[in-house]
Structure formats: structure tokens, C-alpha cells
Design a protein around this ligand. Structure first.
Ligand SMILES: Cc1cc2nc3c(=O)[nH]c(=O)nc-3n(C[C@H](O)[C@H](O)[C@H](O)COP(=O)(O)OP(=O)(O)OC[C@H]3O[C@@H](n4cnc5c(N)ncnc54)[C@H](O)[C@@H]3O)c2cc1C
Length: 428
């Protein structure tokens, strides 16, 4: 095994005082906390990060503002995750919860505030996510972690039940303990290419393939002219085909993009959309949650009686953004200047349909690379939820998005990374 000079310099040869040589792979949310925690317990920690700087994904999180965590008791935070994920996360979250994360940041001089919807951010100013990274980096350096940036790990050394270390381009590094915090597989330009899952699978560790989540949804028939237009106060509905049964729905705003849809409702439904698409037919519509077609139809008929010269276009503008109205009427072959009194039965049905459930059509493949998180990862059943030790291994731990954990938008994913990182770094 090669011995890199900086490593030999940093790590003592003998370590019979209980101090372990720990390698943490990945300097994101989970890796920073794991490295800080292990070093603060007296271990000799080396943090290896492929990028030239730490916390690259943290820096772009929340659009650069960084939604650090979510307000509320652990029970409420856990309720945002799927049941199996919540069960797994419970011990780690209780050991290092949202208050603990915020306490750490406050001590490092990062003031925070909580929005009405429970999302917690650093105080609003440009680049506030950078203050969060700086705070964790300061912690890590203060406890003596040897931070090595620009170092990409290429593989793992050893066989169950013990890893011997990691493989680098320039050689190999020995370790007593290895903590993998390499993140997911979305936004590969931030350093997360998801390759650690392949190393683990080769060692027999069970894992689920990466899968798109919290991503914008491209459509078969996009509306580039509607880019930037938002739909509000409704829900995005997913059905098995145009007339098929309802599969899922998410209430929230939606925004048209050049190639499809984005916004909270699209992101939250994207994983279900991709699953439906791969297993058969998927069809999307944005529907009103306040008005049923029957109520709107009755209101339209009443309006036609009391206000017969009202243009159909003006009526539809009460329900949809102006930019959508002309193209929709055109598609339904309803004249732009047609008055309500001259509306045919088909025209009325089309108007009521647009106003209550705007059809968006079939989705195209949801891109893994554009997700705020990647679903899939190391099977939770293969990991001890208290220590993050991979079952069957004495010195291999995994944490953060590399685990099969994916929460909704709202600070939940960073909190899961911080909590599982803390558990992984809590070496006896
Ligand atoms: C655009 C965007 C916005 C987001 N906004 C929010 C938000 O506001 N709130 C929220 O809760 N969540 C948000 N998320 C999700 C959140 O950022 C992630 O879930 C979280 O960062 C995962 O932390 P992690 O430490 O597991 O992985 P990461 O933070 O991705 O860190 C993993 C690190 O490992 C390094 N690495 C990978 N492979 C290797 C290797 N072979 N060798 C060495 N280093 C390696 C990577 O370079 C990377 O720096 C957002 C995500 C994106 C993409």
C-alpha cells in the first residue's frame, strides 16, 4: 500500500489510545458534520473532497439562500418522510435535531429566521448559503480535521468485515474507520456522480438504483411561449393515461418552463410521475381544488344568462393567466371574440375543462441530474440507524443522501444529512 506523504505526516503510526484513523469521503452537509463530530471525539480525521472547495451543493441549496432545516419537533419532521425512512431517521434526528444544527450555526455567528411555512434560512442576504458552509468549515478546522480538497476517491480497499482504506488516483490510504458521505447522483457538476453506490454494491451491500426526485418535469407537448407563467391555488394531478385512474396529486403552485413544468407541485410529484411513466401511461393536469366542474358549469350558464355579451376569452381570464387564454381557445376552436350567448355545448365543456383541470399531457423522462435530491441509495435495512454502520462490516459507515433517504422540499434533506452525518461521526 502506498503511503502519501501528507497522510503519513498527519496520522500517528501507533494509536492504541482509542484514537482511530478516520477517513470521511465527501465534504458536503453530511461529511462536514461527520468529520467535525469524529474529530471532536478525539479521532484523527481526514476529510477527502473531490471539489476544490467544501460544501459545493450546500452553496447552491435553496437558490443560494440555503433552507437549512425545518422548524418543529422531531416527530413533525419525521412525518415528512416515507414511513420506512422516518423509522430509520428517528434515532439520528433525536441525537442531532434541528435545534442542535441551529445552535451550532448561531454559535458560529450565523443568525437564522423561520418563515411562516416552517422553513429555516440564514438571515436574508445574498450568498447566505456561503455563511452556512463557512460555519461548518470553521468547526471542522478548529477541531483539527485534515481537510483535503481536490481529491477524488476511486474505490474502497478491503473485504467484509473490514475495510482497509480507500483508493485514490495517486495511491491508497489506510484507515481504521471509513465514513462515506458522497451524496446522491443529481447535479453531477457539484461533484456528486453517485459512483460510491457501485463500490458498495460490488462489496455486496444492498442498494436501490438512483432515481429522479424533486425535479422539474419535461412534457411531451411543452409550451415554450408560456415559460414563466405560474398557476396557483390548485393541485397537480397524475393519472394512468388521459382517462385513467388518479395515481397521485400534490397541491401547490406550478410554473411553466421552456420544456415542461416546475415549481413546488411539479418537484414534489416528479418521483411518482417518473414511476408511472416507466410502468405504463402517465398523464398530468393542473386542477382547481376549490371548484368542481359542475359548479363552474352552472356559474358559466348563469353568467351567459345575465351577461350574454361577455366574451368567452374574458370569462376564461377569471380562471387562468391571460397568456394562456388565446392559445387554449384556439385549440378548442372557440373564436376569440365569441360571446357567451353564442357558445356551443362543446365550447362550454372545453371552457369549463380548462378552468377546472387544465390538461398538461404526457410527461417525458424526468431527469435525475436536475433533481434537488436523488431517490435510491444504500438500502436502509442494511444500515444500523444508530451508528450508520453497514451491517456485516466493522468499520464502514454511510450517511447523507448516499442512503436511500429523500424528503420533500423544505429543509428536510439537509437536516437528514446533518443528523446521519452526526451519527456516523459518533465513533465510540
Ligand atoms: C439545487 C439544489 C437545491 C437544494 N436546496 C436544498 C435546500 O434548500 N434545503 C434542503 O434541505 N436540501 C436542499 N437540497 C438537497 C441537499 O442539498 C442535499 O440533500 C444535501 O446536500 C445532501 O448532503 P450530502 O452531504 O449527503 O451530499 P452533498 O452535499 O452532495 O456532498 C457530497 C460531497 O461528496 C463529494 N464526493 C462525491 N463523490 C466523491 C468521491 N468519489 N471522492 C471525493 N469526494 C466525493 C462531492 O463532491 C460532494 O461535495 C438541494 C439540492 C439541490 C441540488
Amino acid at each position: 500500500m502506498l503511503c502519501l506523504s501528507w497522510w503519513c505526516h498527519v496520522l500517528p503510526i501507533g494509536h492504541d489510545d482509542g484514537m482511530a484513523r478516520v477517513i470521511v469521503v465527501g465534504g458536503g452537509a453530511a461529511g462536514l458534520v461527520a468529520a467535525w463530530r469524529a474529530a471532536s471525539l478525539g479521532h484523527a480525521v481526514t476529510l477527502l473532497e473531490a471539489n476544490g472547495r467544501l460544501g459545493v451543493k450546500l452553496r447552491i441549496s435553496g437558490g443560494g439562500k440555503c433552507n437549512i432545516t425545518h422548524d418543529g419537533p422531531p416527530k413533525a419532521l419525521l412525518a415528512a418522510f416515507a414511513r420506512e425512512q422516518a423509522r430509520f431517521l428517528r434515532p439520528a434526528l433525536h441525537a442531532f435535531d434541528n435545534d442542535a444544527v441551529l445552535d451550532l450555526l448561531h454559535r458560529e455567528g450565523v443568525a437564522t429566521y423561520t418563515r411562516e411555512n416552517g422553513r429555516v434560512f440564514p438571515l436574508d442576504r445574498p450568498g447566505s448559503a456561503m455563511a452556512v458552509v463557512a460555519a461548518f468549515e470553521a468547526r471542522v478546522r478548529r477541531v483539527g480535521v485534515d481537510v483535503r480538497t481536490g481529491v477524488r476517491v476511486l474505490g474502497l480497499l478491503g473485504r467484509a468485515p473490514r475495510l482497509a482504506g480507500v483508493r485514490l488516483e495517486m495511491g491508497e490510504l489506510e484507515a481504521d474507520q471509513v465514513i462515506l458521505a458522497t451524496g446522491g447522483a443529481s447535479y453531477p457538476e457539484t461533484g456528486t456522480r453517485g459512483e460510491a453506490l457501485g463500490w458498495l454494491q460490488a462489496l455486496g451491500v444492498p442498494a436501490r438504483p438512483w432515481f429522479p426526485a424533486l425535479a422539474p418535469i419535461p412534457l411531451e407537448a411543452p409550451r415554450p411561449a408560456w415559460e414563466g407563467v405560474a398557476l396557483r391555488d390548485g393541485e397537480l394531478r397524475l393519472s394512468a393515461g388521459r382517462e385513467g385512474r388518479r395515481l397521485a396529486a400534490f397541491a401547490g403552485d406550478l410554473v411553466f418552463t421552456k420544456v415542461g413544468i416546475s415549481g413546488p407541485a411539479a418537484l414534489e410529484l416528479s418521483q411518482a410521475v417518473e414511476r408511472a411513466r416507466r410502468s405504463g401511461e402517465a398523464w398530468l393536469a393542473y386542477a382547481s381544488t376549490r371548484e368542481t366542474p359542475e359548479v363552474v358549469d352552472a356559474a358559466l350558464l348563469a353568467e351567459a344568462r345575465t351577461n350574454p355579451r361577455l366574451r368567452a376569452a374574458s370569462w376564461l381570464q377569471r380562471h387562468l393567466p391571460e397568456r394562456l387564454v388565446d392559445p387554449l381557445l384556439d385549440a378548442a376552436r372557440v373564436g376569440m371574440d365569441l360571446c357567451l350567448k353564442d357558445l356551443t355545448r362543446e365550447g362550454r365543456r372545453a371552457l369549463v375543462g380548462f378552468a377546472t383541470a387544465l390538461p398538461l399531457g404526457a410527461p417525458r423522462p424526468v431527469p435525475l441530474a436536475r433533481g434537488e435530491v436523488a431517490a435510491g441509495g444504500v438500502d436502509l435495512a442494511a444500515v444500523d440507524s444508530g451508528t450508520m454502520l453497514v451491517r456485516g462490516w466493522e468499520n464502514l459507515r454511510v450517511c447523507g443522501e448516499l442512503l436511500d433517504l429523500d424528503g420533500p422540499v423544505g429543509g428536510y434533506n439537509l437536516q437528514a444529512a446533518f443528523s446521519t452525518g452526526y451519527a456516523a461521526g459518533s465513533l465510540a
